[in-house]
Write a protein that binds this ligand. Structure first.
Ligand code: ADP
Length: 494
């Protein structure tokens, strides 16, 4: 472990200190909260205070909506091409400051620095993609059933939008929402997670430098308690027409209920409980590599993280042995230390949940093949459990930690039934070299996204989103901008 504090690392790695902001970004200005309240941002490794940030209230949220509402007309009146040029400048600045942004992600989220740089590249790709898509928002001319009418369909920005984002991808979850909103011609208010406001504020500073007009993108930071009141304003103010949320299913349900009062369009990217299925005919090395990268990314704190491993009997022992052996070689440590693969969990509650899942599994008969306990602070060893059964807690709740729990199965029918037995349907993974099986199982699994012989499924080109209680709407891809547009039908008499 490093003797240098994370705050010192932040100053070393984040060379442009102008990106380290701590006030609200509203109407193109840095502002204190109206009542001057602040809250602390903590280093997840040990809970030391990293920064103190403005704590927005309901009044601040309303002020941010005022700003977005005021900016909407001029921004939406620009051509898509003109908006794309501004967004492209924002993208270029993000790329130029990739190291600075990664430092902020690592400092407040604990993500290993190299992995944080990967998140910046991933998050930036949405800004680039939607800068390009801005000029491809087209309408339609439909054939009229009457000779004396013509039918046109145009697509217009939905209006003021709100985004509520999580801490586990504090950069990419914002760009994945803000970029399509801006491309479509909308203005937006973002409420980032209380654990990771600094990354969001740096992104706003770069938007300001890129020339995103005042009020088009506003950021209101708030602690856990005030996030609830800010969230209530964002989901009930009649001037907000779209709410995009990434987070837990439990909070998603609350926000959906709140949005119902003013009938807002919602995009919800909620919990996942991904199955990772390895058939006897799989390429073992590819399956092991996919399991490790899929599961240990961000210490297992990702909604598409494989959470239930099902391995067919013929390959089971070899898979368990290989995954366990590779897991013990991974280095656990602080985000800025060299060669670190696994950083801390976000807080002590997260650590307690992981420990609870491991203890429950071993108590019910699972065997530890690697790891199994905390290292220090909020760090947990990469852990492999064999002999897990669907009755255990880890197969019924997201673990959100570096734990690979493996169950054995025999038949295709059996594993499809077990995999689909979940209220969630975000991502799933399957490894097989049988092309018929790939189609059969691929079509039978009830998930919005499937990785087939690959666990690296996220990119700006593909539609990201879930089915069942994992949510609604798709982010990224050529479909992602549709969220932020509404159709208007023009019936023209001639
Ligand atoms: P996680 O379990 O990943 O922390 P949450 O769903 O609790 O996910 O939080 C995701 C985001 O939702 C964060 O920005 C958080 O502040 C916000 N949030 C949590 N509860 C509420 C709420 N009741 N109203 C509005 N926002 C909320």
């Amino acid at each position: 472990m490093s003797a240098i504090s994370i705050a010192e690392h932040l100053r070393t790695y984040c060379k442009d200190v102008g990106l380290i902001q701590s006030d609200l970004f509203v109407a193109g200005e840095w502002r204190r909260a109206l009542d001057a309240a602040r809250f602390d941002v903590l280093d997840p490794a040990d809970g030391t205070v990293l920064a103190s940030v403005a704590n927005a209230s309901a009044d601040d949220a309303r002020t941010a909506i005022d700003a977005a509402h005021g900016a909407l007309g001029a921004w939406s009146a620009l051509t898509g091409h003109a908006r794309g040029i501004v967004m492209r400048r924002w993208y270029d600045l993000i790329r130029q400051h990739a190291g600075d942004l990664a430092a902020l992600i690592s400092a407040e989220g604990g993500k290993p620095y190299a992995e944080a740089q990967g998140e910046v590249a991933y998050g930036a790709s949405f800004v680039e993609w939607f800068a390009e898509e801005a000029r491809r928002v087209d309408g339609d001319v439909l054939q009229s059933p009457r000779g004396d009418q013509r039918i046109l369909v145009i697509r217009q920005p939905i209006g003021v939008c709100a985004a509520i984002t999580p801490w586990n991808f504090p950069f990419a979850m914002i760009t994945r929402k803000v970029a399509p909103a801006l491309a479509a011609g909308c203005a937006i208010v973002v409420k980032p997670a209380e654990q990771t406001p600094l990354t969001a504020l740096a992104l706003a500073e770069l938007a300001r430098r890129a020339g995103v007009p005042a009020g088009v993108c506003n950021i209101v930071t708030a602690d856990a308690q005030r996030s609830i009141e800010v969230g209530r304003v964002l989901t009930t103010d009649p001037r907000v027409h779209h709410v995009s949320f990434t987070g837990s299913t439990e909070v998603g349900r609350i926000l959906l209920r709140q949005c119902a009062s003013t009938v807002k369009k919602c995009a919800m990217e909620l919990g996942g409980h991904a199955p990772f299925i390895v058939f006897d005919d799989a390429d073992l090395d590819a399956a092991v590599a996919g399991a490790l990268t899929g599961k240990y990314r961000n210490a297992g704190q990702a909604c598409i993280s494989p959470n239930r491993f099902f391995v067919q009997s013929g390959i089971y022992e070899r898979f368990v042995a290989a995954v366990a052996e590779a897991s013990t070689r991974l280095r656990v440590g602080r985000a800025f230390d060299d060669g670190v693969a696994i950083g801390p969990l976000i807080d002590s509650q997260a650590l307690a949940k992981v420990q609870r899942h491991v203890d429950d599994a071993t108590r019910q008969g699972a065997t530890l093949a690697a790891g199994g306990k905390p290292v220090m602070g909020n760090f947990f060893e990469p852990t492999v459990l064999a002999g897990v059964t669907p009755a255990m807690q880890m197969f019924n709740e997201e673990t959100f930690g570096p734990v690979i729990g493996i169950a054995r199965f025999d038949t295709e029918e059996e594993v499809i039934a077990m995999a689909n037995h979940a209220e969630y349907g975000l991502a799933g993974y399957l490894y097989t070299r049988d092309i018929s099986r790939m189609w059969r199982v691929g079509e039978a699994l009830e998930f919005g996204m499937l990785g087939i012989n690959s666990s690296a499924i996220s990119n700006e080109v593909a539609p990201f989103g879930g089915v069942k209680q994992s949510g609604m709407g798709r982010e990224g891809s050529k479909y992602g901008i549709d969220e932020y547009l509404q159709m208007k039908y023009l019936c023209v008499g001639i």
